[in-house]
Design a binder for this molecule. Structure first.
Ligand SMILES: *[C@@H]1O[C@H](CO)[C@@H](O)[C@H](O)[C@H]1NC(C)=O
Ligand SMILES: *[C@@H]1O[C@H](CO)[C@@H](O)[C@H](O)[C@H]1NC(C)=O
Ligand SMILES: *[C@@H]1O[C@H](CO)[C@@H](O)[C@H](O)[C@H]1NC(C)=O
Ligand SMILES: *[C@@H]1O[C@H](CO)[C@@H](O)[C@H](O)[C@H]1NC(C)=O
Ligand SMILES: *[C@@H]1O[C@H](CO)[C@@H](O)[C@H](O)[C@H]1NC(C)=O
Ligand SMILES: *[C@@H]1O[C@H](CO)[C@@H](O)[C@H](O)[C@H]1NC(C)=O
Ligand SMILES: *[C@@H]1O[C@H](CO)[C@@H](O)[C@H](O)[C@H]1NC(C)=O
Ligand SMILES: *[C@@H]1O[C@H](CO)[C@@H](O)[C@H](O)[C@H]1NC(C)=O
Ligand SMILES: *[C@@H]1O[C@H](CO)[C@@H](O)[C@H](O)[C@H]1NC(C)=O
Ligand SMILES: *[C@@H]1O[C@H](CO)[C@@H](O)[C@H](O)[C@H]1NC(C)=O
Ligand SMILES: *[C@@H]1O[C@H](CO)[C@@H](O)[C@H](O)[C@H]1NC(C)=O
Ligand SMILES: *[C@@H]1O[C@H](CO)[C@@H](O)[C@H](O)[C@H]1NC(C)=O
Ligand SMILES: [Cu+2]
Length: 560
């Protein structure tokens, strides 16, 4: 019998399963330590249910998901359901000190949310400290029962999670960096489903490698997730093209590519057709960095293994990772993304703009008398020159209970001073700071231009907006030109997503409808930049009707 029937207990529903509209799915996430060996060294890591990567959360569009998170570790914990809209349920969004106080050691919290109008792949991850290095997993949202994919149904579906591995404890890595004022150590390897593959190391024993078994003539949907902390990645498979069908849980017009580029927090579904007759084919995940910034330049590998190929005898068809600064390869992929924009899945791009915002994103340098290695300075990051200061109580609670003194609503809609953002930086690289939010009326249409700055160095920043999907209507190099550039915007079928790369030394323009009341974090998804302060929040007012208001907080909401 269908699980939904057991739960719903309505005879009619069991006889006619199509009528079962939604299900409640229960999950239990025990946050526990586990010793794990990679690159010949063993360290304890924080995990969910002892698994790395963590368990996949399956749901169907319209389902309600209840995840009981129990904290058995010494760290404060919170979990974010990255890309889930959380309509009116900001309490379940997860970023610590933004929508909730953390779940303290020994405590638990039930995340309660309903999946509305979304289907595809997303990810969940810890949203506090650097715990998401190992506390992450896939969210698979199936279409409503009986609703097909808008592309031929693959024979099989496989989750492919890309990540970064440090031999050291990741909390020690970021704490050391904060003390010095300088950038943290890069990772020691990338991983594909937890395994680095053929990474060069001094290990006497070979590294583990993820193996995807395929059969000639069959098709496989790879649900690719970038769960890395600090690196955008290229992903490719020797001898095979990939057909891209969805990103960030929205369908796109299918297109074929050799290489995908994927930023931390992004997801990409591709169809792999096993059109070779036999053999072993290398899968490669390698960094994309087109600025003079240190990255982990190791390539993680996995293998596509055709049925009937002997594990011992066959040689692997190799592939070369693109050079790390292969901007044209990245642009070729990004510029091919278009919303499906069909009758059933229209692209609801806001055609008028109530609020037009311009945010600079980049780095800065502030005094730090205790930072010896940084010679009395430390690297910071900001949006519109504001380095975000984390509050000690959650913004959403402060908003709901009208607690004064936690945040101010004066986040600037434009940079405080104009300069050549991608040219010679100003002489003074210092930033201001504060816990500032930008307030929006319910249902406002927002256009937001995100402009990279060349302060310290231009760099690609993957910005993630909580609570909304947005449309990527424009993109360019250099300084955004408000007179000329909007004329080239795509308002017909721009890609819809929740995380977007602001190109190195360039800009992107996004549009969204502020139809979700609450407090919504927006930040760079390179964890090092978030730590340095490249973050802010939008406060969206309640609408007029009761169904357009933030729900009251659940009883077990953690306290600070
Ligand atoms: C990890 O290994 C160390 C050393 O063997 C041991 O003391 C510790 O209890 C282990 N931790 C876990 C979580 O298994
Ligand atoms: C989950 O939230 C809904 C309201 O959105 C509420 O009706 C339901 O009782 C909650 N479930 C639990 C287990 O708290
Ligand atoms: C960071 O790298 C430096 C240089 O390799 C090393 O000395 C230091 O121990 C590393 N820090 C951590 C926390 O691993
Ligand atoms: C291997 O060991 C040598 C000598 O200790 C060292 O120089 C090199 O960096 C190591 N390589 C890796 C990949 O760890
Ligand atoms: C990778 O980075 C290391 C350290 O920064 C450097 O020594 C090495 O040459 C780089 N390798 C490649 C292939 O770029
Ligand atoms: C700090 O100053 C010393 C001596 O002038 C210099 O060698 C070093 O590169 C400086 N470090 C940084 C991070 O600027
Ligand atoms: C900004 O600086 C860049 C690089 O130096 C230069 O090419 C560009 O012309 C400058 N733009 C403006 C508006 O001054
Ligand atoms: C940023 O703010 C700081 C502190 O107020 C100021 O000194 C600096 O000039 C500002 N920088 C820019 C680019 O606006
Ligand atoms: C914020 O800026 C003020 C004024 O420059 C400074 O005194 C304070 O230390 C800063 N706070 C943080 C958390 O950076
Ligand atoms: C919100 O905006 C959308 C799109 O502009 C519109 O269809 C909808 O009716 C609006 N809802 C309210 C409550 O204003
Ligand atoms: C809320 O209810 C009103 C009146 O029934 C309806 O017009 C509006 O579209 C609803 N808003 C949402 C967000 O569902
Ligand atoms: C955990 O969170 C609580 C509530 O914000 C805070 O008081 C406490 O200091 C935090 N613990 C650690 C180890 O940071
Ligand atoms: Cu960034």
């Amino acid at each position: 019998m269908e699980a939904s029937c057991v739960r719903v207990l309505i005879l009619v529903a069991c006889l006619f399963p199509v009528l079962v509209e939604s299900t409640v799915r229960h999950y239990k996430f025990n946050v526990v330590m586990r010793n794990t060996t990679r690159l010949c060294s063993t360290k304890p890591i924080v995990t969910v249910n002892g698994r790395f990567p963590g368990p996949t959360l399956y749901a169907r569009e319209d389902d309600t998901v209840l995840v009981k998170v129990v904290n058995h570790v010494k760290y404060n914990v919170s979990i974010h359901w990255h890309g889930v809209r959380q309509l009116r349920t900001g309490w379940a969004d997860g970023p610590a000190y933004i929508t909730q106080c953390p779940i303290q050691p020994g405590q638990s919290y039930v995340y309660n949310f309903t999946i509305t109008g979304q289907r595809g792949t997303l990810l969940w991850h810890a949203h506090i400290l650097w715990l998401r290095a190992t506390v992450h997993g896939a969210i698979v949202i199936l279409p409503k029962r009986g609703v097909p994919y808008p592309f031929p149904k693959p024979n099989k579906e496989v989750v492919v999670i890309l990540a970064e591995w440090w031999k050291s404890d990741t909390e020690a890595v970021i704490n050391e960096a904060l003390k010095s004022g300088l950038a943290p150590n890069v990772s020691d390897a990338h991983t594909i489903n937890g395994q680095p593959g053929l990474v060069s190391s001094n290990c006497s024993s070979p590294q583990g490698e993820f193996k995807l078994n395929v059969e000639n003539g069959k098709s496989y949907m790879l649900r690719i997730i970038n769960a890395a902390l600090n690196e955008e990645l290229f992903f490719k498979i020797a001898g095979h093209k990939l057909t891209v069908v969805e990103v960030d849980a929205t369908y796109v017009k299918p297109f074929k590519t050799d290489t995908i580029v994927i930023a931390p927090g992004q997801t990409t579904n591709v169809i792999l057709t096993a059109d070779q007759s036999s053999g072993k084919y290398m899968v490669a995940a390698s960094p994309f960095m087109d600025a003079p910034i240190a990255v982990d330049n190791n390539t993680a590998t996995a293998t596509v293994h055709y049925a009937g190929t002997l594990a011992s005898s066959a040689t692997t068809f190799a592939t070369h990772a693109p050079p790390k600064n292969a901007t044209p390869v990245a642009n070729n992929f990004i510029d091919s993304l278009r919303s499906l924009n069909s009758k059933k899945y229209p692209a609801k791009v806001p055609l008028t703009v109530d609020r037009s915002l311009f945010f600079t994103v980049g780095l800065g340098i502030n005094p730090c008398p205790t930072c010896k290695a940084g010679n009395g300075s430390r690297v910071v990051a900001s949006i519109n020159n504001v380095t975000f200061v984390m509050p000690t109580t959650a913004l959403l609670q402060a908003h709901f209970f009208k607690t004064k003194g936690v945040f101010t609503t004066d986040f600037p809609g434009n940079p405080p001073s104009a300069f050549n953002y991608t040219g010679t930086p100003p002489a003074n690289l210092q930033t201001s700071n504060g816990t500032k939010v930008y307030r929006l009326p319910y249902n406002a249409t927002v256009q937001l231009v995100l402009q990279d700055t060349g302060i310290i160095s231009p760099e690609n920043h993957p910005l993630h907006l909580h609570g909304f999907n947005f449309f990527a209507v424009g993109k360019g190099v250099g300084n955004y030109n408000p007179k000329k550039d909007p004329k080239k915007f795509n308002l017909v079928d721009p890609v819809e997503r929740n995380t977007i790369s602001v190109p190195s030394g360039g800009w992107v323009a996004i549009r969204f409808l502020a139809d979700n009341p609450g407090v919504w974090f927006m930040h760079c998804h390179l964890e090092v930049h978030t730590t340095w302060g490249l973050k802010m929040a939008f406060l969206v007012d309640n609408g007029k009707n009761p169904n357009e208001s933030l729900l009251p907080p659940p009883k077990d909401l953690p306290k600070c």
